[in-house]
Design a protein around this ligand. Structure first.
Ligand code: IMP
Length: 222
């Protein structure tokens, strides 16, 4: 049997505990929203690092979907929008298959959702996903509850040809429900992160990099 070739883009990228993947961006200059800087602890993942990793994910996806006619992306609102826009364009640049784009939104991150294990669908799919190769795009998997619920919901709608999951970030230390994630950008420690689509109380989504929020602001979040 031929040994399995581990390609560079197959490698897991783990952000070290207390560590930073930072290519020297200056935090104070970049966060321009007055009054919010004090909530920010540090840049966790820089723009350069995000761009590099997204290209690697795109490469793997293009390889895995080389026989697919098209990819039906399902972008989970709101957090996955910015990541998805960059990933989808990277797949195009690498001559991947055409991508159809749909959106879904679930109630996010409420104490009740965590304890009950239920999420509410707020915006549902508009495309017909029957027979499609579906790729769910998520910003961060934490307890796993949202994604598990969305996955079952999507599978209940129509019979899809295949279904895979891609998440920019993964916080495995917080998992309550097991979920298989096919493509992970970065495994992160138990920080509350924001930026690059993810938010802290709707703030910071616009930042082109991932930051951590100071623990003193998180009493109701973690
Ligand atoms: P889960 O259901 O606990 O896996 O949570 C998933 C959702 O919670 C994500 O889609 C995010 O919207 C949100 N979330 C979890 N952790 C964080 C974080 O550190 N920062 C921002 N949002 C988060």
């Amino acid at each position: 049997m031929r040994p399995k070739v581990i390609r560079k883009y197959d490698k897991k990228i783990v952000v070290p505990e207390g560590g930073v993947i930072d290519y020297g961006e200056s935090l104070s200059k970049k966060i321009s929203t007055p009054g919010l800087e004090h909530m920010v602890e540090k840049i966790l993942i820089s723009r350069g690092c995000l761009a590099k990793r997204i290209r690697a994910l795109a490469k793997k996806i293009v390889h895995d979907y080389r026989r697919a006619e098209a990819i039906q992306a399902i972008v989970i609102l709101k957090g996955a929008t910015i990541f998805s826009a960059d990933l989808i364009r990277a797949i195009y640049e690498l001559n991947g298959p055409p991508i159809e784009i749909d959106f879904i939104r679930a109630s996010s991150y409420k104490a009740e959702a965590e304890s009950s294990g239920k999420v509410e669908i707020l915006i549902t799919l508009s495309d017909n996903i029957a027979g499609k190769d579906v790729l769910i795009l998520e910003d961060i998997v934490d307890t796993g509850i949202t994604l598990n619920n969305l996955k079952s919901y999507i599978l209940r709608q129509k019979e899809v040809k295949s279904l895979r999951i891609c998440s920019l970030l993964d916080k495995p230390s917080r998992r309550q429900q097991p979920i298989e994630i096919d493509y992970i950008g970065f495994e992160v420690p138990n920080y509350f992160v924001a930026g690059y689509g993810t938010d802290y109380a709707e703030h910071f989504r616009y930042l082109p990099f991932v930051i951590t929020i100071k623990p003193s602001f998180l009493e109701d979040k973690l």
